[in-house]
Design a protein around this ligand. Structure first.
Ligand code: 5GP
Ligand code: MG
Length: 183
């Protein structure tokens, strides 16, 4: 049964709860544990992609019980970009990542374009490894071919908000993930 609090309104649209706080917390713990098993005593650098991944990144690194570093980038990728795969880095990476293990942290992978271009940019700086972690993944929307190492939840090709993700600026602070109600 859908309770009152499972339905929210942002601007002019209604959204229904998809994953609540406890489901997300549990999954984030599991992802952090899998990452720790792989990275053992290495010191990975988590790179959160702003704005959407600020909450997921902070929860993921707090659940990661090992030495690590954290930084953020802010990216903008466009349709119809040339094959060199440049992206506009509105806030760019300052760290020297040569020889270091990198984990890119995204809130959601939709078409896959943003991470595709960022991966190329990261790989050109010769890190020792690059992994991708995303809380949400829309497999039906994906247009690129690369491996996503850590996926929180696969979701249908629908618009979601909450837990860092916004609808026209609103909803980032919600502790659950909500899906747009079809009107
Ligand atoms: P891409 O298509 O490059 O994989 O995703 C680009 C960006 O679009 C994501 O990082 C995210 O900020 C935004 N995005 C994609 N799908 C959704 C969605 O369902 N809800 C919200 N709020 N943002 C989305
Ligand atoms: Mg994002």
């Amino acid at each position: 049964m859908i309770s009152k609090t499972d339905s929210i309104e942002l601007h002019d649209r209604k959204f229904q709860l998809l994953f609540d706080k406890s489901q997300i917390d549990k999954r984030v713990q599991e992802l952090a544990e899998s990452i720790k098993i792989k990275f053992k005593d290495q010191r990975p650098l988590f790179i959160g992609v702003l704005n959407g991944s600020f909450i997921f990144t902070s929860d993921l690194v707090r659940a990661y019980h090992g030495e690590c570093e954290v930084t953020f980038v802010k990216l903008n990728s466009y349709e119809g970009m040339d094959s060199t795969g440049r992206i506009e880095e509105q806030l760019s990476l300052k760290e020297n990542i040569k020889g270091r293990p990198i984990i890119i942290v995204e809130d959601i992978i939709d078409s896959g374009r943003t991470v595709h271009h960022f991966l190329k940019s990261i790989q050109s700086k010769n890190p020792s490894s690059v992994s991708v972690a995303t809380l949400l993944y829309k497999p039906k929307a994906m247009q690129f071919d690369y491996n996503i190492d850590y996926i929180g939840f696969e979701i249908p090709n629908q618009f979601v908000v909450g837990y860092g993700l916004d609808y026209d600026g609103l909803g980032r602070q919600l502790d659950g993930v909500y899906v747009l109600e079809e009107s």
